[in-house]
Design a protein around this ligand. Sequence first.
Ligand code: 13P
Length: 252
Amino acid sequence: MSRIPFIVGNWKMYKNASSAMELCDQLRTGIRTAGDREVGVAPPLALLPLVQQRLENSRIRVGGQNVHPQAEGAFTGEVSAEMLASVGCSFVIIGHSERRQHFNEGDSFLGAKLLAAFRAQLDPIFCLGETLQERESGATEGVIRRQLDKALASLTPPQASRIIVAYEPVWAIGTGRTATPETAQQVHHLIREYFRGLCGIEGANRLRILYGGSVKPDNVDGLMAQPDIDGTLVGGASLNAADFARIVDYRT
Ligand code: 13P
């Protein structure tokens, strides 16, 4: 089964109104996709409407970096899935390791966020991955399974097969130390096998699994050549239009 690759730039807490506009303009002219791949950017919350407007009628999708489970309420500083959808977002990143680590977001809370994304018709990109210590102690598989078990507990199998998974080994994020294509493929294969057990062969074959962690123009081709890598979630290199355009334009 063919899956449409999805290349996403996570801008994290970088850019301001004017530098974001500049990057949007550069992306509009620099990114040439033949329609065989999807492209998205996830700017900081405050810049979402600006970026959405600036990318209007381009093929670049816009998404949020985080979401609260509730549709509305007294949750100062938070944003709901409905609000993201109302400013033109079509996807949202959930469970990034920086949210887990610095904001103590746990797997069950992340499960509620997945449901919120579905409620507002946003595609959730669910991030998971092991720390260096977990990898070195041989715990990678157990960690991945536990993260999936807990976050997916309240989803039906058809819902589970509609999420997008992003495998982001914590030791590869922002370190310049990317997973080798073989290492990433091993974990992606394991994730697909997990989904096969949960939603059957068809659901598992439909599932898009992105890789994130120091993806750069010079390593993207090898990663994307792997059978179970269906796209990338790019941090640092997505802040530079030429680098991001080259990553979108990966060749296998
Ligand atoms: P880097 O590409 O900067 O390593 O960041 C990866 C990431 O966290 C994307 O969500």
